[in-house]
Design a protein. Structure first.
Length: 465
């Protein structure tokens, strides 16, 4: 029983990201000439108490207040299949379907509301009566489910695997030293986790802290990835992404070159610049070994990509567009070791990047971040903690007035789990985070500007099948 529970706990973090998400081989090996369909899933719920610099906001219209007690939940489905030809070629499909976010309402997630009003007015012009009709349509559509990952794979353990679709690549698959398998399993980057209860303007990285590679801007894009077999413990991954869109994103309305097109490479629209990218490549290698009961994993990876070029008029006001953006160039190195239920890890990332894996304005400082973490499994219990510290250019760009050159952020997470069974875990988690950049603009009346903090504690349950 202990071995079953330990295996369940060890894979908890992977399961929260996606069943089998960190592997290219089948989730369960299948016999030659057979195909096995799987329909795994995951549900998590949390009740939490939180406070932040943005819980009470006074505007010209009055004061808004957040209830410190809140709930958050997430539901995911992982349908797919694994198969093998009679000659030993593995292939299959894996998907990650999730519940979506929406604005505040009264229990209407997934509901579509269509309201239409029409007004007809009459007036006389040149002796004739002219009727003018004005129609106002409000269409509020909230999608209940959406696809986060969807990819196919083909290959063999001897020659490696090729993935194609909306999937993880080297920078995510090979990330080592980021310990997340405790508490809710994701801490500062978990979509649907405790961090979602915090106001984003108060959260370090605004819930997209780049020290975590397992986040949407990196893995939820359409790409081709090759995963090599292992030789003496060493293996590698390389991926290519022509643009930063998903499977069918950017193909709904592209009659000619415009902002709505997936393969956009240059644009006069400011909103296309600084986040959308082209020709992204990432690659890396890792080493896995087990010696005298100690399991070791170490990796080093690199990611690079170009921003969509700005091809419009010179801005009349100071902005990052005036100077342009550097190419995305990010490196990481990490290591972790597990012995007798104790896992220790560390990861370091840096380069030309902003939080959310956005492009850095030219003239801004390079980013640098580190994270330290540990978890310990004993019988049916898990305890863990992690701490990260990060510096980026944040809101600064050359020409901005009164803004410090560095945005400093740090975050602490501490959690404990009681693993009732391989499919059920009860947990508690505490998180504290801080953001500081003197002079940085804010969207609300916070004093001092650019200095925020957030903390919260939650109780929850994770069920998976």
């Amino acid at each position: 029983m202990r071995k079953i529970l330990l295996a369940s706990v060890a894979t908890m973090g992977v399961t929260l990201a996606m069943t089998g998400g960190a592997k290219a081989q089948p989730v369960k090996p299948v016999a030659p000439g057979t195909l096995v369909v799987h329909f795994n899933g995951y549900f998590q719920f949390q009740l939490g108490d939180m406070g932040s610099s943005y819980n009470n906001i006074t505007t010209s219209a009055g004061t808004y207040k957040l209830n410190p007690v809140s709930t958050i939940g997430d539901f995911r489905l992982y349908p797919g299949f694994d198969a093998q030809t009679v000659d030993g070629l593995d292939y299959g499909v894996a998907t990650d379907i999730r519940t979506s976010y929406s604005n505040a309402s009264v229990g209407q997630n997934g509901k579509t509301t269509l309201t239409s009003t029409s007004t007809t007015t009459a007036k006389t012009s040149g002796g004739k009566t002219v009727y003018t009709t004005t129609t106002t349509t409000t269409n509020t559509s909230q999608s209940g489910l959406y696809v986060k990952r969807a990819y196919g794979y083909i290959g063999t353990p001897d020659y490696g695997f090729v993935r194609f679709g909306q999937t993880d690549s080297a920078f995510t698959l090979l990330q080592a030293g980021v310990i997340e398998a405790f508490g809710d399993g994701g801490q500062w980057t978990l979509e649907g986790g405790q961090v979602v209860m915090f106001p984003t303007s108060a959260s370090p990285g605004q819930s997209n802290q780049f020290i975590y590679a397992d986040q949407t801007p990196v893995y939820a894009t359409d790409k081709v990835v090759y995963i090599s077999p292992a030789f003496a413990g060493f293996s590698g991954v390389v991926g290519y992404e022509p643009n930063s869109d998903g499977l069918k994103e950017g193909y709904n309305s592209c009659a000619s070159a415009t902002s709505t097109c997936a393969s956009l490479s240059a644009s006069p629209t400011a909103g296309d610049i600084g986040t959308r990218r082209k020709n992204t490549v990432d690659f890396g290698g890792q080493y896995l070994d087990s010696l005298d009961g100690v399991k070791v994993k170490a990796s080093a990876d690199y990611l690079t990509g170009s921003p969509v070029s700005y091809d419009g008029p010179v801005p009349t006001t100071a902005s990052a567009l005036t100077h342009g953006y550097d190419n995305l160039q990010v490196w990481q190195a990490g290591a972790q070791a597990t012995f007798a239920g104790l896992t220790l890890g560390a990861n370091l990332k840096g380069g030309q990047v902003e939080d959310g894996y956005a492009f850095k304005p030219k003239g801004g400082r390079d980013a640098l971040a580190y994270i330290l973490g540990a978890s310990y499994v004993i019988d049916q219990y898990v305890v863990g903690a992690s701490y990260f510290n990060s510096q980026t250019s944040g809101a600064y760009f050359p020409g901005s007035k009164g803004i410090a050159h560095t945005l400093s952020e740090y975050g602490l997470a501490v959690g404990a789990n009681y693993v009732v069974s391989p499919n059920l875990s009860l947990f508690t988690q505490y998180m504290y985070g801080h953001r500081h950049q003197p002079g940085a603009p804010t969207t609300t009346l916070i004093t001092p500007a650019g200095n925020t903090q957030v903390q919260g504690i939650s109780l929850g349950a994770t069920l998976k099948w």
